[in-house]
Structures are given as structure tokens and as C-alpha cells.
Write a protein that binds this ligand. Structure first.
Ligand code: MN
Length: 174
């Protein structure tokens, strides 16, 4: 079994003007694809691990042979984080239901949450991600991860994320 780029459920243009279509296209078809390819290369000689879901690899890093562990963190994380990211992006949407109530309770208001989340993303030095997660105590928390580290490796459940790698917003030739 090999890992595959998940289908993008919307056209590249559908996040404009917040994310332009060319940036989304390159981010998805080049950057995300590269993580998938490198994950497959990493697991070439590990048929047993190829059978596992990428989530299971990242949740049980201790079980990954040391010689490929960092590659799994980087490329498996890159694959998982982006797959999650594409799923949660939507414009003209309104927070509602349980998560909206939980956010208000934790942060005071949705506006306040947005402010904190933005501050966290802008304050990230270098490449990484900002997340709203359900932490180990089942509480909402805004966290940052470096590079392609994934919160699921720390026993956290991701709810919302923003990719703060330069490739997510700054169009470069690849
Ligand atoms: Mn990215």
C-alpha cells in the first residue's frame, strides 16, 4: 500500500480572495504531494508500517524504528497536517453548535478567540502551525507546533489549524 494525496473537495478558486487559486494549487499539488512522496520513499523497506494509517504512525512514534522516526515526523506529519488543513478550510461560514459554545466559554467570545489565534500564528518564528486543539485534559487550547510536528503525536485532538509555513501564503516558483 502507498499513501496518496487525498482528493481536494473543492476547486482551487473557492477560497479566494483569502487564498488565491495559484497558491492553493501549488500548496496542494506540489507541497502536499511532496510530503506524500517522501513518506512513501521513507517506508519503502518497511512493508508492515505501510499498512498503517498515517495517524497511527504519528500517534505511536515510539514504535517507529529510530532510523526513520524523524522522517515520519516530517513527512507523515506533513501529509496528515495538510490533509486535515484542506478539510477545515471554508469561507463565508459561521461558527455554530457545540464548538462555538465551547470557544465562547474558553475565550470569552469568538472575536477574542480569533484575536488569540491570530496572535499565536503571527508570533510563530520560522515554519510551523497554529492549532486549536482539545488537549489531554479535554480542554480547548491554542498551541503552536514547529515544522511538521503534529498535535496528534502529543495526544491532542486537532480542531482548527492554520499553516504558517511561508509556502502557504507566499507564492514562490517551485
Ligand atoms: Mn503547507
Amino acid at each position: 500500500m502507498t499513501y496518496e494525496l487525498p482528493k481536494l473537495e473543492y476547486p482551487y478558486t473557492s477560497l479566494e480572495p483569502f487564498m488565491d487559486s495559484k497558491t492553493v494549487e501549488i500548496h496542494y499539488s506540489k507541497h502536499h504531494q511532496a510530503y506524500v512522496n517522501k513518506l512513501n520513499e521513507t517506508l519503502q523497506d518497511y512493508p508492515d508500517l505501510q499498512e498503517k494509517k498515517v495517524e497511527d504512525l504519528l500517534k505511536n512514534l515510539k514504535e517507529i524504528p529510530e532510523e526513520i522516526r524523524q522522517s515520519i515526523i516530517n513527512f507523515g506529519g506533513g501529509h496528515f497536517n495538510h490533509s486535515f488543513f484542506w478539510q477545515i478550510l471554508k469561507k463565508d461560514t459561521k461558527f455554530s453548535g457545540k464548538i462555538s459554545k465551547a470557544i465562547e466559554k474558553k475565550f470569552g467570545s469568538y472575536e477574542k478567540f480569533k484575536e488569540n489565534f491570530t496572535k499565536s500564528a503571527l508570533g510563530l518564528f520560522g515554519s510551523g502551525w497554529t492549532w486549536l486543539v482539545l488537549n489531554k485534559n479535554k480542554e480547548l487550547e491554542i498551541i503552536q507546533t514547529k515544522n511538521q510536528d503534529s498535535p496528534i503525536s502529543q495526544g491532542m485532538k486537532p480542531l482548527i489549524t492554520i499553516d504558517v509555513w511561508e509556502h502557504a501564503y507566499y507564492l514562490v516558483k517551485v
